[in-house]
Design a protein around this ligand. Structure first.
Ligand SMILES: Cc1ncc(COP(=O)(O)O)c(C=O)c1O
Length: 402
């Protein structure tokens, strides 16, 4: 199909839920994508924090091919070898004792909320959950009820009962609300992604965990975006050496094949008894084979440490750009390879974003004025230098166009 034909069919038959870039990608390799015209782009969107090993990493590709020629799907009516292997890898590299597999981020959040409610029911008959303003947890009803911004919630009332919001990075607000609402859990992102890469001050998670323990509440961390090495640790909670009770994972876990997971400590996980939760596709042989290859590669190739080192370098370079353009750039921030460049003006940000795309760099424009930059963990200093050059060039172009 030509680009025109693709867009015609899309306009005619697809629901209009997405505002897409006027680009269609034909192939990818490592950090790079090629569009239908053969133009090359440095892909620092990584499919929204999914392709943490870049595009078509041979270990993931080979794992998918070999599994697809043997067995793709059986359902959880049967034991699944790759699910067992993946759960062992996840448990031995995390706080968790048990895993439940699903297919997406929003399902991992649904599973986490259901597990917390099951636990809450048997621990004082509690069901309320405290979430944070600006949070993004997904689009299904439970996850949407925990999602803060009105733009996602509008038109879908009534949402689930019992969700309360406090400002992000404000542990005292959680303590205050806990004493009033008798909640069973707190849910939050260790770094808010969709909300513009908001990094809480050090000690935030430790303080929230203390409040949870004091009030007998569970701490649910949504590591869907921050997990799998993104922030320079395999899981972002490791930065503070805090043990959560439940963690939701998805995105990068399956290396591009949809795979989500709920991780939990034994005392919580035991509340999911036979028949209380389930999924037809969850943890199917193909998804869990791809996920095993992804997590093994992240660990074997020391990509977590690499993300930490490269993230420091990238942030240093972005801060240099901020220094050069203090009027245009309000802030440059990051944790590992989860970085944000916040522009002072949303029109400037939008024009600069368009220029960056034309100049061959793909990032995500979040909350209208923040470049959310999510490189693959195995990117290089040369690629980061290219990204910095494009950002500078794009800023110059927008300034000179008046
Ligand atoms: C922190 C966080 N939680 C949940 C989700 C929802 O994931 P999915 O789109 O796979 O349902 C996202 C997606 O962007 C996310 O960033």
């Amino acid at each position: 199909m030509t680009l025109g034909e693709i867009k015609d069919l899309q306009g005619k038959y697809l629901m209009k839920t997405y505002g897409r870039l006027p680009l269609t990608m034909r192939s990818g390799s490592g950090s790079w994508l090629w569009d239908m015209e053969g133009k090359k782009y440095l892909d620092y969107t990584t499919g929204i924090a999914v392709n943490n090993l870049g595009h078509c990493h041979p270990k993931i590709t080979n794992a998918i091919i070999s599994q697809a020629t043997r067995l793709v799907h059986t359902s959880n009516l049967f034991n699944i070898e790759n699910q067992s292997s993946l759960s062992e890898i996840l448990v031995s590299n995390s706080f968790a004792d048990r895993v439940f597999f699903c297919n997406s981020g929003t399902e991992a959040v649904e599973g986490s909320i259901k597990l917390a409610r099951k636990w809450g029911e048997q621990n004082g008959g509690r069901y309320a959950i405290i979430s944070t303003e600006g949070a993004f947890h997904g689009r299904t009803f439970g996850a949407l009820s925990a999602t803060g911004p009105e733009k996602y919630r509008e038109g879908f009332s009534p949402l689930l009962e019992g969700f309360y919001f406090v400002p992000y990075a404000d542990p005292d607000a959680i303590a205050h609300l806990a004493s009033k609402t008798n909640p069973c859990a707190v849910i939050l992102e260790p770094v808010q992604g969709e909300n513009g890469v908001i990094i809480p001050p050090p000690g935030y998670l430790i303080r929230v965990k203390e409040i949870c323990e004091k009030n007998n509440m569970l701490l649910i961390l949504d590591e869907i975006q921050t997990g799998m090495g993104r922030t320079g640790k395999l899981f972002a909670y490791e930065h503070e050496k805090v043990e959560p009770d439940i963690v939701a994972l998805a995105k990068a876990l399956g290396g591009g094949v949809p795979c989500g997971a709920v991780l939990a400590k034994e005392g919580i996980a035991r509340h999911f008894t036979q028949g209380t939760h389930g999924s037809t596709f969850g943890g199917n042989p193909l998804a869990t084979r791809a996920a095993c290859a992804t997590v093994e590669t992240i660990i074997e190739e020391n990509l977590v440490q690499k993300a930490d080192r490269l993230g420091e370098y990238f942030l240093f370079r972005l801060k240099e750009v901020q220094k050069k353009y203090p009027k245009q750039i309000k802030d440059a921030r990051g944790k590992g390879l989860m970085l944000g460049v916040e522009f002072s003006d949303r029109n400037f940000a939008r024009d600069c974003f368009s220029s960056s795309v034309s100049n061959g760099l793909l990032v995500i424009l979040t909350v209208e004025r923040v470049f959310r930059i999510l490189p693959p963990l195995n990117t290089s200093e040369e690629e980061i230098n290219f990204a910095v050059t494009v950002i500078k060039k794009s800023i110059e172009e927008v300034i000179s166009s008046g």
